[in-house]
Design a binder for this molecule. Structure first.
Ligand SMILES: NC(=O)c1ccc[n+]([C@@H]2O[C@H](COP(=O)([O-])OP(=O)(O)OC[C@H]3O[C@@H](n4cnc5c(N)ncnc54)[C@H](O)[C@@H]3O)[C@@H](O)[C@H]2O)c1
Ligand SMILES: [Zn+2]
Length: 407
């Protein structure tokens, strides 16, 4: 979901940030609401239909992608754009989704008289395209080429400094107009992208459930609809059923029904579920983990998994539930110990830094239906290590000794 993954400095944990003179405050009306993209399209070869979808929104699209992604996608995009009578114009994404970069892309949109922007790749270029499109008020289209985050679906971008430090969240009044996800690209991408997406998407239900149990608010600032909460649960159910076979399939570059199901859970259901179901401790602890350098090698969804286990501990979930979650996510390939997250030797001070950031007043951890202190989070993190190692002992696996690799 969200992420301060590029940052070497503590994240700005404000859920709503002041941007361009406009202050977005978390003003809950007590009403329920749900936001979603205008259209979501997914499947093998979906890229060949991109031109048709783009042509519904404009005549002069600008595509934003890095060179690697452009190489992977240019040929099918060219074919589909030509069939739809659209010009093919790429702008190279600079690598960091900063305000400067989105302003640069916005200027390119203006120069070219573009009337629709298409972000192609991972969460970073898609977030940047959303920001540039919002600046100009043109439609935004997301084309994820990995199923690693739910950025393609949401109505917000995570903004970084040019140096790559987390800066702010930028909220929009609407989601992307279209999301087009080609599962053949997802299957051919390195498997760690899909695994990270599973970690991120499993947290969605753990967090939405907590919000629905209490008086929490969603990312929109309102109360959750039954639909938002149910979509988070659907994402969870799909992942328990299909994550393991999907990971095995993607290891062999295969598109199977399990891969289709997991790509949808990671991208669409998790996106709708977090935005309209609400976040709680798992993502707040993820944000806290970005406040120390130890965890920076980890992807967003990997850190979120540590946060999910810690949230279950904080909630006093039945030990059978916690153990089952640890065993399952370890089998998927996610980190389930502090050691794998790079915090094996962490002092109490380091864990306090994490816990302080995770419990900042604006953090979503306060959506839990009970009060949580810094010390509660420090102890929950300690419990993650103990429980994660114990689960390995019981499964006859060697103890975790080093940070997990991207493999
Ligand atoms: N806006 C939101 O709601 C939201 C939610 C979650 C995460 N995010 C943001 O998303 C970003 C992380 O996204 P990410 O993890 O997708 O990383 P990313 O966008 O930085 O992409 C990582 C790398 O993957 C490569 N890549 C993309 N598709 C590929 C493919 N098919 N095969 C091989 N390589 C491929 C890219 O070239 C790039 O080098 C962060 O900036 C995070 O803050 C935003
Ligand atoms: Zn996330």
């Amino acid at each position: 979901m969200l992420g301060g993954d590029r940052s070497d400095s503590p994240p700005n944990t404000a859920k709503y940030t002041e941007l361009e003179g406009e202050t977005m405050t978390q003003h809950s009306t007590g009403l329920r609401s749900l936001m979603s993209p205008g259209r979501y399209v997914q499947g093998r070869g979906a890229l060949t239909e991109l031109g048709t979808h783009v042509a519904r929104h404009g005549e002069r699209p600008l595509l934003v992608a890095d060179n690697q992604v452009r190489e992977l996608t240019e040929e099918p995009i060219r074919t589909s754009f030509e069939a739809a009578g659209l010009p093919v114009l790429f702008e190279t994404f600079g690598g960091v989704p900063s305000r400067v970069e989105s302003e640069r892309i916005a200027a390119r949109l203006r120069d070219h008289g573009a009337d629709v922007v298409v972000g192609v790749g991972g969460g970073a270029p898609i977030d940047t395209a959303k920001a540039a499109g919002d600046d100009l008020g043109v439609p935004r289209i997301s084309v994820p080429t990995v199923a690693s985050t739910d950025a393609p679906t949401s109505a917000l971008s995570v903004v970084y400094t040019e140096a790559g430090a987390f800066e702010s969240y930028r909220f929009y009044d609407r989601n992307p107009d279209v999301v087009v996800l080609d599962t053949e690209l997802v299957a051919k991408a390195p498997t760690h992208f899909l695994i990270a997406g599973v970690g991120d998407a499993l947290a969605t239900w753990i967090e939405a459930r907590a919000v629905s149990r209490g008086d929490g608010t969603t990312m929109i600032g309102d109360r959750a609809t039954r639909a938002g909460t149910a979509l988070a649960k659907l994402s969870w159910d799909i992942l328990w059923e299909s994550a393991l076979p999907a990971v095995r399939a993607v290891e062999h570059n295969l598109v199977t029904p399990a891969v289709e199901a997991v790509a949808e859970a990671n991208t669409l259901l998790s996106g709708l579920g977090f935005e309209s179901g609400g976040l709680a401790a798992a993502h707040a602890i993820h944000d806290g983990l970005t406040a120390v350098p130890h965890t920076h090698a980890l992807a967003h969804g990997q850190k979120v998994n540590i946060g999910s286990i810690a949230q279950l501990v904080l909630e006093g979930a039945p030990s059978s539930e916690i153990e089952e979650f640890i065993r399952f996510t370890a089998r998927v390939g996610l980190p389930t110990t502090l050691t794998e997250a790079g915090l094996g030797d962490a002092t109490e001070d380091v864990l306090r830094t994490v816990a302080e950031a995770a419990t900042a007043p604006s953090e979503t951890i306060h959506n839990l239906p009970f009060a949580v202190t810094v010390t509660d989070v420090v102890d929950a993190l300690g419990a993650v290590e103990v429980l994660g190692q114990q689960a390995r002992d019981e499964a006859g696996l060697p103890r975790a000794q080093a940070p997990i690799s991207h493999g």
